[in-house]
Design a protein around this ligand. Structure first.
Ligand SMILES: *Cc1c(COP(=O)(O)O)cnc(C)c1O
Length: 382
């Protein structure tokens, strides 16, 4: 076990990434490769650390959300192709070129701007064109009601940009009711139609990719060149209560831990924390833990039955969660002392506390819970 001299930290077991990658690969046709999405600091897990490990596992393409995230990977020594999935303001176009990044051409107007900028500077910008088959976020609209294939073709024909690939994004690939499955099938159908129309026009579409994590879990048979998981190689889904068609054995790589700073005995009728939402009913042992909402543990789960692990057992978090601290009722645990390690999610001995439990209490998805983990928490890698 890793011990730490900090007040709170994230333990990240990179060695499990290769297991998770293999579990993804087992689902996919042998012709589909993985573009690992490591945006938002790899959902808080550390972009460079994860990308290096993924690269060791044979991953040869990365995706990020912004030019800065692409630069972070380059400065961390990542040499593989990196696709920026989102918007780069034109004032930063030079950085796309300088760091050899691949830009998403998210509309015809935007592609024309990039084209004009490249013409002016005598360079070629590489990119993938995005088509909007149903998410209505980024991409040239290619939906049933408004199918703008001519705009997509125009992007391919702009002379100063190189379109090396094409992609779209699912909006309800996690939905297994008939209506949502039909919607996703429609998105697949539209994407295939776009590919066909481009190929019929003699255009080499380049690399094709469509599936995010749930697109892989629920539509594993699709045969595009790449898939784009973010969550899965981290050993997580959005919520383990969401049903999926396939059930790979993913192993979570992140655990959240903190130290106990003080243990005290309080009499019955004593209030704990801001707002006095917990009052002791018996002589109680209260442990103060050095982690709070400024570290990313959500205050919204206060007084909702959230738990932590201590000495391999579940203990209740009591009263309001503070900015830098929280309190546990450890009356039923023996020999609790300052410096003992508390697990906020992860495992302690045989006891497991999945992040999914915290996520459900906070009424969100694991994607967001990961992103809450603040920069104040050191990432300790195994
Ligand atoms: C974030 C993102 C992904 C990865 O999503 P997961 O659900 O984490 O797999 C894939 N594609 C695009 C365009 C994204 O924005």
């Amino acid at each position: 076990m890793l011990m730490s001299d900090t007040r709170a930290w994230l333990e990240i077991d990179l060695s499990k990434i290769s297991h998770n990658v293999k579990e993804i690969q087992k689902l996919l046709p042998s012709t589909s490769k993985i573009m690992a999405i490591v945006k938002a600091n790899a959902y808080g897990h550390g972009d460079v650390a994860c990308a290096k490990e993924l690269s060791r596992c044979g991953i040869d393409f990365f995706g990020v959300s912004s030019v800065d995230e692409g630069i972070s990977l380059r400065e961390g020594g990542i040499r593989e192709p990196i696709l920026i999935l989102g918007y780069t303001p034109p004032v930063h176009f030079h950085q796309v070129i300088q760091h050899d990044l691949i830009q998403t051409f998210l509309s015809l107007d935007y592609a024309k701007k990039a084209n004009a900028w490249c013409k002016e500077h005598g360079v070629i910008m590489h990119g993938h064109v995005k088509v909007d088959t149903g998410m209505s976020r980024l991409g040239i609209i290619t939906q049933q009601q408004d199918y703008r294939i001519e705009e997509v073709k125009e992007v391919y024909h702009l002379p100063h940009i190189a379109v090396d690939g094409i992609f779209s994004h699912f909006s309800v690939s996690d939905g297994l009711d008939e209506d949502n499955k039909a919607y996703t099938r429609k998105q697949i159908m539209l994407f295939d139609q776009v590919l066909k129309d481009l190929e019929d026009a003699g255009i080499d579409v380049g690399i094709r990719h469509l599936q995010n994590s749930y697109g892989i879990l629920n539509y594993p048979d699709l045969k595009y060149d790449y898939v784009r998981p973010g969550l899965l190689f981290l050993g997580a889904t959005s919520d383990d209560a969401i049903d999926t068609i396939t059930h790979p054995d993913f192993q979570p790589i992140m655990q959240l831990k903190a130290n106990i700073s003080m243990v005290k005995t309080i009499q019955p009728g004593v209030c704990v924390s801001y707002g006095r939402h917990f009052t002791s009913e018996r002589i109680s042992r209260i442990a103060t833990v050095s982690i709070g909402y400024a570290d990313g543990y959500p205050r919204s789960v206060s007084n909702k039955g959230a738990c932590a692990l201590l000495h391999g057992k579940r203990v209740p978090i009591i009263g309001n969660i503070c900015m830098d601290q929280m309190m546990l009722d450890v009356t039923d645990i023996k020999h609790v002392k300052e410096g003992d390690v508390v697990t906020l999610f992860g495992c302690d001995g045989d006891e497991k506390l999945p992040i999914d439990e915290l996520t459900r209490l906070a009424q969100t998805i694991n994607n967001e819970t990961f992103c809450w983990m603040s920069a104040r928490l050191p990432r300790i890698y195994k």
